[in-house]
Design a protein around this ligand. Structure first.
Ligand code: ISL
Ligand code: CA
Length: 568
């Protein structure tokens, strides 16, 4: 084992709360802070140590809170600053830390800075955003993720100029090249840190730095509507590391024990370490998108491609991302969040006969890798994709704008709806399933988005009472990780890398070793344990099934069976 520095945020399990869908307290159909506060004992019962709260700020909600119009105010729909304080104290009293979403690549167009900025070319806030005067002609093309025309430059008549928006036109990009903007952001970060929060998740942070010479992009890039191509382009901004270092120097370094988790679309494996290397004083951890790309057809928008997925590919990718942080830096691991479909549907199998085992297996994977797990709310119950069959059910701007685009191009809308059943973000945004009652115990009113009908059998109340449920398995796993520091810091070693069904690895430190055996398939698999692996005892440390067939060092794995053994 290397001489890695220990830190609380390496040892914790992160629980992501998508507040809009977690628990509604007042019957308006939208989750809120009082709702969340009423569930703090539940969160504590999970054994997680850090909550990542999706945006709760003032926002017109073009992109569910990722379009902020006032960073220092709470959206009334979610509650008040007093509610926020109650939440923070409630979490801290339970030994749980809190990080908030820091969305500073862009603001809402309703933010005061932008309202001013667009008024006149000599407004003091003009340079808070990126403007291109129309007399220079059309600006060099930039892709917008959420614009139906995919054009990131929006013409604004008031000043006869275009402004930049990588996301929707209601999300203008901030001009980080302007030192005043950076100071405003640092000030706002201090506001929340002074309240006692424990850090931030930094939204789309790899996009903040722009090359303001606005170079033309290649013909090929111009044609691409494939988000990933543009993520790579946007994440290569010239002064990115300079800004992150400055943010650390000006803000983060003045607060003890805070953590930062950067969302870094487009950052490739060979670029990752500088963000989190201790000597560089930038960030604590990042989460990458490489794993999320597997199983989609390259060059298309979220088009599933079964050929594009294989277990060896998956293992190789997560092994590479382990290795990059083996000596320095530290990684995270996740299989789903509010921007991805449900992990069970995407990486496991949500068919009735497999869903419980598969969701437990995926939890086992996340909680036994050498990285901080980021766990999305509802995955502890094994919630599944809702798979809407009609555009009218969708609420997400990403889906709606892509649909509009395809309509304008006479594209294949049926194919798109099928693709979205697999990959749409709304799949993971349906309300948390608390019980079997008609609105799943989420709300007494009309929910803002349809609740998954499977809540009659997949819900917290039922799972809490069932010792064998995914929920109780998750609780045992977080406990196990606490009891075995080898699962946090121990070296990771992959075995049988080409095996098509089984993912097998060990975690080893100076005093102990654990082998993890995961059957990522719907079949029964006879799996001889790798040579050199001698079990300390036949009794597993963890088993997601009630039976175990083990003879002569060969296990007969049930579909989606997950096993952990102490190794001698
Ligand atoms: O859109 C992408 C590819 O599908 C990503 O590269 C995207 O940049 C990334 O998912 C950013 O996500 C974050 O910022 C968005 C917001 O809609 C997401 O919910 C948030 O997680 C804009 O703020
Ligand atoms: Ca509410």
């Amino acid at each position: 084992m290397g001489t890695i520095d220990k830190a609380w945020w390496k040892e914790t399990v992160i629980y992501q709360v998508y507040i809009r869908s977690f628990k509604d307290s007042n019957g308006d159909g939208i989750g809120d802070l009082p709702g969340l506060i009423s569930k703090l004992d539940y969160i504590q019962s999970l054994g997680v140590g850090l909550v990542w709260l999706n945006p709760i700020y003032q926002s017109p909600n073009d992109d569910n809170g990722y379009d902020i119009s006032n960073y220092e105010a709470v959206l009334p729909t979610f509650g008040t600053i007093a509610d926020f304080n109650t939440l923070l104290t409630g979490l801290h009293d339970r030994g749980i830390k809190l990080i908030m979403d820091l969305v500073v690549n862009h603001t809402s167009d309703e933010h005061m800075w932008f309202v001013e900025s667009r008024k006149s070319r000599d407004n003091p806030y003009r340079d808070y955003y990126h403007w291109w005067p129309a007399e220079k002609g059309k600006p060099p093309h930039r892709h917008s993720f959420f614009d139906p025309g995919a054009d990131a430059w929006q013409y604004d008549t008031a000043t006869d100029a275009y402004y930049l928006h990588y996301f929707s036109k209601k999300q203008p990009d901030l001009n980080w090249e302007n030192p005043k903007v950076r100071q405003e952001i640092y000030q706002m970060m201090r506001f929340w840190l002074d309240k006692g929060i424990d850090g931030f998740r930094l939204d789309a942070i790899s996009y903040i730095a722009k090359d303001t010479n606005w170079p033309e992009v290649s013909e090929e890039a111009l044609k691409s509507r494939y988000h990933n191509d543009w993520s790579y382009f946007f994440s290569k901004g010239p002064r990115l590391h300079e800004y992150l270092h400055e943010m650390n120097r000006e803000v983060l370094s003045h607060y003890k024990d805070v953590v930062t988790i950067a969302e870094t679309p487009g950052v490739e494996i060979h670029e990752a370490l500088p963000f989190v290397h201790i000597d560089r004083q930038e960030l604590s951890m990042l989460y990458h998108f490489e794993g999320m790309r597997i199983g989609y057809l390259h060059g298309f928008f979220k088009r599933p491609d079964p050929e594009g997925y294989s277990l060896p590919l998956f293992k190789g990718l997560y092994t590479d991302w382990n290795d990059i942080f083996a000596q320095e830096g530290w990684g995270t691991i996740y299989l789903g969040n509010h921007d991805q479909p449900r992990m069970l549907s995407r990486w496991g199998n949500d068919a009735p006969e497999f869903r419980n085992a598969a969701s437990k297996l995926l939890m086992t994977f996340l909680l036994t890798m050498r990285a901080t797990p980021i766990f999305y709310n509802g995955d502890e119950l094994g919630m599944a994709n809702i798979k809407f069959d009609n555009i009218r059910h969708y609420r997400d701007i990403e889906t709606l704008s892509m649909y509009q685009y395809l309509q304008s191009q006479q594209g294949d809308l049926d194919q798109f709806i099928r693709d979205q059943q697999f990959g749409a973000r709304d799949n993971s945004r349906t309300p948390f399933q608390w019980d079997a009652t008609p609105n799943a115990g989420f709300t007494t009113g009309e929910p803002w988005i349809t609740i998954n009908a499977d809540h009659v059998f997949v819900n917290e109340e039922a799972q809490d009472a069932d010792g064998n449920s995914p929920l109780n398995y998750f609780r045992r796993l977080t406990q196990l990780r606490k009891e075995h520091p080898v699962l946090v810091y121990g070296d990771y070693k992959l075995y049988d890398k080409d095996h098509e069904q089984v993912y097998c690895y060990t975690r080893t430190d100076d005093i102990s070793s654990i082998v993890v055996v995961l059957n990522f398939s719907n079949e029964l698999v006879h799996y001889p344990l790798p040579e050199g692996i001698v079990l300390k005892q036949a009794e597993p440390l963890m088993n997601n099934e009630t039976s175990l067939q083990l003879e002569d060092n060969t296990v007969v794995l049930l579909p989606w069976q997950a096993l952990l053994f102490a190794v001698g």
